[in-house]
Design a protein around this ligand. Sequence first.
Ligand SMILES: [Zn+2]
Length: 176
Amino acid sequence: MARAGVARSYPLIVRAASQQAKHIMAFELRRKEWERIEKEGIAAYPEECCGVLLGKEQEGRKVLSDIVPLNNARKDSPRNRFLILPEDFVRSEREARARGLDILGFYHSHPDHPARPSDYDREHAWPWYTYLILAVEKGQPRDMTGWLLSDDRASFLPEEMTLSDDGTKFEARSGT
Ligand SMILES: [Zn+2]
């Protein structure tokens, strides 16, 4: 396990193809949560990890303050599907409320697949929520990207994300 931790460089490059997308909101997280999601992705590999993103909406930004890992309920296909059970969702929402937070979205990993939403992801997505996807390649975390469902639900739009520790902006890359 040769991981460089916080010193590691993150895939932060904004690509032209995603710039046409309208950004409804920006998503802000700290390295601490980024790395927790990476750890979840590593631990679950070669299956998908998934969980809930908790935080607050503030002046047009979603600010992440905690993550709640969940069991991936898709036992039939845990390597390329993720499913959050309604009871897990309800419990997470209750937990969020008790802490004065909201569910901002969901994260899951793509083992040996790019950090781009699948058709399955889009078909099961809800508007407004942020969908973070972490690519895990051969057990190692790679790109993490954020997505929002378009208003007509026909596509996912890349969401602008910021590391609040140092203000670094990053965005879903097209292609890989
Ligand atoms: Zn997916």
